[in-house]
Design a protein around this ligand. Structure first.
Ligand SMILES: NC(=O)c1ccc[n+]([C@@H]2O[C@H](COP(=O)([O-])OP(=O)(O)OC[C@H]3O[C@@H](n4cnc5c(N)ncnc54)[C@H](OP(=O)(O)O)[C@@H]3O)[C@@H](O)[C@H]2O)c1
Length: 295
């Protein structure tokens, strides 16, 4: 099987490459079939997903049987000031890949986000809950989901949240840097979610992709915390002495509105392949043990 991974230099793309090249994730061995697969890793410089003709040509000429779309415009605040670019990458791009996949009968695994929900209901969201995004990022990601569902019959839409991987910038690395530089962190304590290891997510994606149980899934590490609790765990586990201060969202105004409660329930994942996602704290401990050696 020939597999295309788009956005391959991003956090999730890099973890997929790690899993497929080594055959193992932190939580288990990946299915054998990936050993025989020929995987084409492309980022913006090799395949711009906003170019429909380029997507069609690439999938045709490389006899692609599976696409995992990790490409996205993920800077949530920048999406507010660049809505056209956000729509092109987060909505038109997935549509182009969906059309290309459909033309050759390929499976498309598309990654989406907790930001498709408003985040004002303090109970975990399941896949059948109605989305209601409050930011340009969330609106364009929802439009991408809808395009994928409309254009490609063999599609998986997998929503995740609070993602961190070994490559690239993320909240975990930022908090460690700020704690070391300033001896102090100040983090919002009134937004809740589930920090998610990109390595764990990648493992579930490669398993799910081999089923034909198409549709929408939620996939985050289990358990819930606030950003402040997450940041505190990061510095505690990493052993970085620093002063920890909690603040409210009102004290930390950002261009994009954040969901206050963005916990996703992995209900369909549990029912389909079993939910092997770890508790967020266990996944964070593994990450902090390994992150130094992966740089
Ligand atoms: N990060 C999170 O906390 C989070 C939370 C929930 C859901 N998600 C979703 O999870 C998925 C993976 O996220 P991630 O954190 O791995 O993202 P990421 O690290 O930002 O990686 C995205 C990659 O896509 C590339 N890209 C941007 N525009 C492109 C285009 N037009 N064509 C091809 N590639 C393009 C980016 O290149 P440049 O860097 O050069 O722009 C980058 O290498 C995304 O769908 C995201 O929406 C992420």
């Amino acid at each position: 099987m020939n597999i295309l991974i788009t956005g391959s230099k991003g956090q999730l793309g890099c973890e997929l490459r790690r899993l497929i090249s080594t055959g193992v994730a932190e939580i288990g061995a990946i299915p054998e079939v990936y050993r025989e697969a020929s995987v084409l890793y492309c980022d913006l410089d090799e395949l711009d997903i906003t170019d429909e003709q380029a997507c069609l040509r690439f999938v045709d000429s490389n006899d692609i049987g599976m696409i995992i779309n990790c490409a996205a415009f993920t800077n949530v605040d920048a999406c507010e000031s660049k809505p056209e670019l956000a729509a092109a990458v987060n909505a038109d791009g997935p549509r182009n890949l969906a059309r290309a996949a459909e033309r050759v009968g390929a499976t498309l695994i598309h990654i989406s986000t907790d930001y498709v929900f408003a985040g004002d209901d303090p109970s975990p969201r399941v896949e059948t809950d109605a989305p209601s995004p409050r930011s340009v990022y969330g609106q364009t990601k929802l439009a991408g989901e809808q395009q994928v569902a409309a254009e490609c019959s063999r599609h998986f839409i997998v929503r995740t949240a609070w993602l961190y991987g070994y490559e690239g910038a993320n909240f975990v690395k930022t908090i460690m840097r700020l704690a070391r530089e300033n001896g102090m962190i100040k983090v919002v304590d009134d937004q809740y979610g589930s920090p998610t290891s990109a390595n764990d997510l990648a493992y579930e994606l490669v398993k799910l992709a081999l089923t034909n149980e198409y549709g929408i899934y939620h996939c985050t590490n289990n358990g819930t915390c606030s950003w402040f609790e997450f940041a505190s765990a990061i510095v505690d586990i990493a052993g970085i002495p620093c002063e920890k201060n909690a603040c409210s969202t009102e004290e930390f105004v950002r261009p994009a509105k954040r969901p206050a409660f963005s916990v996703l329930d992995n209900a369909r994942l549990r029912a389909t392949i079993g939910d092997e996602m770890r508790n967020w704290r266990d996944a964070l401990e593994s990450y902090l043990e390994n992150v130094g050696s992966s740089d």
